[in-house]
Design a protein around this ligand. Structure first.
Ligand code: PMV
Length: 348
């Protein structure tokens, strides 16, 4: 009996304008539009391979070598949508194998810590949906597929594109217009780099879904954010990307991270994603920008304590000189920079 297979990788995306809040929990419809930068594939990514055969008896998933359940409601939504699309194609062409009826075996692997606020669910669901779409030979519309990935994990819809991506919240109750679109390809502003400072690789305390629900239900500041802050910022940030205006982009990114974490603190009881080290990084970035009298770095934090720093390639040495000086006693530097590089940075 034939086995059909497909593989794909999906990169992590890190929001520079955060998605936080659902207006529909089942369909993963957000309370605001968001923007992200997709990281380079060779850095943080999920690799997913899928196989299907008439002989398979159950859907199975292995995540980083461990068997995992596929029974979650959100995963089931994605699988059902993909099977429905496949069965429509099969109905039009009787020569196609009836894959929509068969079980799937899925093997997925992250090259970074899972669920540590490093957007693993985004890359994970994007890779899962893309791999099955490829296996099923579904029409190749990234925005259409992004609507399925969105049902797995909201932010996953943005990992369907490289470069600079917007997730338009949409207004339709069925979610048909809540999708990811490209703001600009990576080649529009290739000098943009991201550095991740892993403050902790542990699983996060409050998963994003329950954290969001809690903020929506209890924070007054949240209402101000979605009504009066984010809509304007969404347009401004797209413009800053179009104009390749790093100073503007950086300020909007830092302000948005602070605004999102402020709504977490304003939840009752409060949610703390950032820790003392995270706050030290925030201070350091402002000090670096003040020292150079120019904005060379922007920080942003997701639902965890790890920092993502955005900067332009030309400023890497200037930035790392400071970061290394402050965190030189911490381990892990040799993964990306050699000791030589770091000594060079320290001399700047
Ligand atoms: O997609 P989720 O449910 O993991 O939520 C992501 C939430 C943030 O990472 C904090 C923000 C974002 O836009 O990615």
């Amino acid at each position: 009996m034939s086995i059909y297979t497909a593989s794909t990788t999906a990169p992590v995306n890190i929001a520079t304008l955060k998605y936080w809040g659902k207006r529909d929990k089942t369909l993963n419809l957000p309370t605001n539009s968001s923007i992200s930068v997709t990281l380079a594939q060779e850095d943080l990514r999920t690799l997913t391979s899928v196989a299907t055969s008439e002989s398979f008896t159950e859907d199975q998933l292995w995540l980083n070598g461990q068997p995992e359940s596929l029974q979650g409601e959100r995963t089931q939504h994605c699988l059902q949508d993909l099977r429905n699309l496949r069965s429509r194609i099969e109905a039009q062409d009787s020569s196609l194998p009836r894959m929509s009826q068969w079980k799937l075996h899925i093997v997925s692997e992250n090259n970074f810590p899972t669920a540590a606020g490093l957007a693993s669910s985004a890359a994970g669901f994007a890779a899962l949906v893309m791999a099955i779409a490829k296996l099923y030979q579904l029409p190749d519309s990234h925005s259409e597929i992004s609507k399925i990935a969105r049902k797995g994990s909201g932010s996953a819809c943005r990992s369907l594109f490289g470069g600079y991506v917007a997730w338009e919240m949409g207004s339709e109750p069925d979610g048909s217009d809540s999708k990811a679109v490209e703001v600009a390809p990576q080649s529009h502003w290739p000098e943009m780099k991201a550095a991740i400072l892993v403050v902790s690789a542990d699983r996060k305390d409050t998963p994003s879904t329950s954290g969001m629900q809690h903020t929506v239900a209890t924070s007054d500041l949240f209402q101000e954010r979605i009504r009066n802050v984010v809509p304007k910022r969404f347009e401004e940030m797209k413009q800053a990307i179009q104009d390749r205006d790093f100073t503007r982009f950086a300020e909007l990114t830092m302000r948005d991270s602070n605004s999102f974490h402020a709504t977490c603190l304003d939840s009752f009881p409060p949610i703390f994603y950032m820790n003392d080290t995270s706050r030290k990084i925030v201070k350091l970035c402002h000090q670096i920008n003040a020292f150079y009298d120019e904005t060379i770095v922007a920080y942003t934090f997701d639902a965890g304590p790890n920092a993502v720093l955005y900067y332009l390639q030309e400023n890497e040495a200037k930035l790392m000189a400071f970061v290394h000086h402050v965190f030189q006693k911490n381990s892990g530097w040799d993964t990306k920079f050699s000791q030589n590089d770091l000594e060079k940075f320290s001399e700047v």
